[in-house]
Design a protein around this ligand. Structure first.
Ligand code: COA
Ligand code: AMP
Length: 631
């Protein structure tokens, strides 16, 4: 651990030297005046004064350096039976042309563009084209419903929306255009143009005057050059769930982001230019931004855009097929994908059909890696299984086994040690640091390293109140856990109302907001319950208004439908139950934590502030009748 320890120490004691050296991995137009601008804490800025272009670093410089013929993207789509390889030169040409198309529609540096796309190469082209122009993209995950898209349209105020006619989700085809039309109709912000990629599997109706066909557009476009932007200019906004229905628009800059994700490719993932790196996520999530698109391309590696699932496309051997067919060195996915494979093929028999000789490591993140899944994957694959912990806000790993620096001893249940740049501590609710082994709030001492959120888009106050106010001088991760005597971090789960469903981050508060609009519901609570496949699932408890006589089964069906329609299918709210009252404190706060403990079979103490102890009895009975705790 000698090498790792000394690098880590340097990153904490001399962050400016450390990151200036890492910044040599990026091509700058103009170098910085200051590596770390601390003039307005906690709004730290990295590489102030520097200028560059992220798309240039991801594409053009590799073409200039002779990598033009190397494959940049492998599009592997079992659901459409397609494999397409796109070289760096071809990708550069496509991106430049599409950027020209965006420009012809008035998109300029500093404008925002919403991208609502399935897992097709055009999603990457659209993101990189924005970066090329210095425009700010905001990718919205396709599993979100029209109203969630509308919320993001109103907040990001895009000049253009880029979308496709639809997605193939396992065996289903989902039309995107009606969702986009509905979202545009719902939003107050006027979207002037919608550029749409028509797919063979489904075609969309176009609205004259507003909608533009992607292929028609690029036929007449002139390729656009890379626009010089400040390192501190925004590259993208990515909305993520908070505790309310209004998501948080995490803003990432250009320079710090490029430096950090580029550095992470070698140091965390041990990936060099030319290697094949596969992140089986979606471009709508942060993992997709950092490790399907920007990280691998900034490094000059080959990335895979996989339009399929771990199971059912066509079977639980899908991941092994992709690894062997494309000679994947490293796979990054969420533990839930492995739980799904394990469920379908517990002995891993399908693996025998494939040549896995290229495969060197599996990285997992997005949710807690349970030890069952860890040991199963470890035994089956005989490669290092690396758990690593991070968040949309940080954009890259906070705690990880940095194999590119020095492989550390693995402790099952821990993503291992803080990554260089992150000074991780555990504190109690009063902000006092806790001794080794004691569980509390995981916080990170400021400044955060480059690549982490610069602020929340158009909401500095929320940035301060959500992350910086509770523990001054520290970033509040909202995850709980402890650090053991060897410095290993154990992340136990969220301390707020965010839950993790199949590696997707969702807000129970947002679901409550939807349920509470039902005309028969007086009040409600949504809690996260443990699930063997998806990690967590939401459960809704509601109290009916006085005098409501409708069949409770109909109301339950309404609630499930409403959440699906308002938030999206990925919210996975399937179970709800009526109760006569919700347990509360005397000041009227709903005791969600206590209900969560009951549903998950965890011991709990009767809160001394409880208003009516009998209310907990009813909840316990209700949950028991519904089969909770489930495991
Ligand atoms: N567009 C539209 N709908 C989508 C969607 C998309 N991009 N992604 C998911 N959905 C829908 C699904 O079709 C499903 O709808 P249904 O209720 O009609 O069946 C619903 O959202 C829930 O999706 P999901 O949670 O993915 O469940 P699943 O049963 O289809 O698949 C897994 C389960 C475990 C196989 C799947 O979640 C998976 O592959 N997870 C990998 C984890 C991952 O990629 N995490 C990203 C962060 S690293
Ligand atoms: P997201 O912002 O969608 O990436 O979700 C971030 C949240 O996922 C974190 O705050 C954690 O609660 C959880 N998470 C991510 N990775 C891990 C991990 N390796 N172990 C435990 N929890 C994780």
């Amino acid at each position: 651990m000698v090498q790792f320890n000394s690098l880590f120490q340097q990153s904490i004691e001399k962050p400016e030297e450390f990151w200036a050296e890492a910044a040599e991995g990026i091509d700058w137009i103009q170098k910085w005046d200051t590596v770390l601008d601390s003039s307005r804490p906690p709004f730290y800025r990295w590489f102030s004064g520097a200028t560059m272009n992220t798309c240039y670093n991801a594409l053009d410089r590799h073409v200039l350096a002779g990598r033009g013929e190397q494959t940049a993207i492998i599009y592997d789509s079992p659901v459409t039976d397609t494999i397409r390889k796109i070289s760096y030169k071809e990708l550069q040409d496509e991106v430049a042309l599409f950027a020209g198309g965006l420009k012809s529609q008035g998109v300029e540096k500093g404008d925002t563009v919403i991208i609502y796309m399935p897992m097709i190469p055009e999603a990457a082209v659209a993101m990189l084209a924005c970066a090329r122009l210095g425009a700010i993209h905001s990718v919205v995950f396709g599993g979100f419903a029209a109203s969630e898209l509308a919320i993001r349209i109103d907040h990001a105020r895009p000049k253009v929306i880029v979308t496709a006619s639809g997605a193939v989700e396992g065996k289903k085809i989902i039309a995107y255009k009606p969702l986009v039309d509905k979202a545009i109709a719902q939003s107050d912000h006027q979207v002037e143009k919608c550029i749409l990629f028509q797919r063979d599997v489904i075609s969309a109706e176009m609205l004259e005057g507003r909608d533009i066909d992607w292929l028609e557009l690029v036929k007449t476009s002139e390729p656009a050059e890379c626009v010089e932007v400040a390192a501190t200019d925004p590259l993208y906004i990515l909305y993520t769930s908070g505790t309310t229905g209004m998501p948080k628009g995490v803003m990432r800059d250009n320079g710090g982001h490029a430096v950090a994700v580029h550095w992470s490719m070698k140091n965390i993932y041990d990936i060099d230019a030319g290697d094949v790196f596969w992140s089986a996520s979606d471009v709508g999530w942060v993992v997709g931004h950092s490790y399907i698109i920007y990280g691998p391309l900034l490094k000059g590696a080959t990335t895979i855009i996989y339009e399929g699932k771990p199971i059912g496309t066509p079977d639980a051997g899908a991941f092994w097929r992709v690894i062997s067919e494309h000679k994947v060195k490293t796979l990054f996915t969420a533990p839930t994908a492995f739980r799904a494979i394990k469920k379908m093929d517990p002995e891993g028999n399908l693996l025998e059909q494939y040549d896995m000789s290229s495969f060197e490591a599996l990285y997992l993140a997005g949710e807690r890696l349970d030890t069952d899944t860890y040991y199963w994957a470890d035994k089956l694959l005989s490669v290092p299984i690396i758990d690593h912990w991070w968040q949309t806000e940080t954009g890259w790993a906070i705690v990880a086994n940095c194999r590119g620096i020095e492989a550390l001893e693995v402790k099952a249940g821990s993503p291992s040690l803080p990554v260089p740049g992150y000074d991780v501590r555990v504190v109690n609710n009063e902000g006092k640091e806790l001794p080794a082994g004691e569980e509390g709030n995981i916080v990170i001492k400021l400044p955060l390293p480059p690549g982490t959120l610069a602020t929340l888009w158009h909401n500095e106050d929320r940035f301060l109140s959500s992350y910086m106010a509770t523990f001054p001088g520290y970033y509040e991760t909202s995850d709980g856990g402890y650090i053991d005597k060897d410095g290993y971090v154990f992340v136990m789960g969220r301390m707020d109302d965010v839950i993790n469903i199949a590696g997707h981050r969702l807000s129970t508060g947002a679901m409550e907001e939807v349920i509470s609009t039902h005309p028969d519901v007086a009040e409600c609570a949504v809690i996260g319950t443990n699930d063997q496949l998806k990690g967590q699932l939401p459960l809704g408890l509601f109290v009916l208004k006085e005098g409501v006589e409708r069949d409770p089964e109909d109301i339950k069906a309404d609630l499930v439908k409403m959440v699906r329609e308002e938030i999206g299918p990925i919210a996975c709210l399937r179970e709800t139950s009526g109760v006569s009252r919700l347990p509360k404190t005397r000041s009227g706060k709903i005791l969600r934590g206590t209900m969560r403990s009951i549903a998950n079979g965890k011991e709990y103490r009767m809160p001394s502030t409880i208003d009516d102890p009998n209310s907990l009895e009813e909840i316990t009975d209700t949950l028991k009748n519904m089969g909770y705790p489930k495991q």
